[in-house]
Write a protein that binds this ligand. Structure first.
Ligand SMILES: [Zn+2]
Length: 90
């Protein structure tokens, strides 16, 4: 059990660090932008997709089935949401 503890902790820290430092792009905070911009900007959609991918990766590191399901579901919704929003006509 402890054999896998260090790689899991390192992986989780890497995911949390990447997630907390993710920014769509410089120039405005999320609260300063209008909804249309947030839902159509490639930068914001890329961050949404990356967040989904990180959630899917985090699901691989957890052993609790409830946490795995939540992370997988959230990651899938974020990735699919990014794809759907990206494909909508402007
Ligand atoms: Zn923006």
């Amino acid at each position: 059990m402890t054999k896998y503890l260090i790689p899991r902790v390192v992986g989780l820290l890497a995911i949390l660090t990447a997630g907390s430092s993710a920014q769509a792009h410089p120039g405005h905070s999320l609260s300063e932008a209008n909804v249309s911009h947030v839902l159509t900007s490639p930068y914001h959609l890329a961050v949404l997709a990356a967040g989904g991918a990180l959630m899917l990766a985090a699901a691989q590191l957890t052993r609790q089935s409830v946490s795995q399901r939540l992370l997988r579901s959230g990651g899938a919704v974020a990735l699919l949401g990014a794809v759907v929003l990206w494909s909508l006509p402007a």
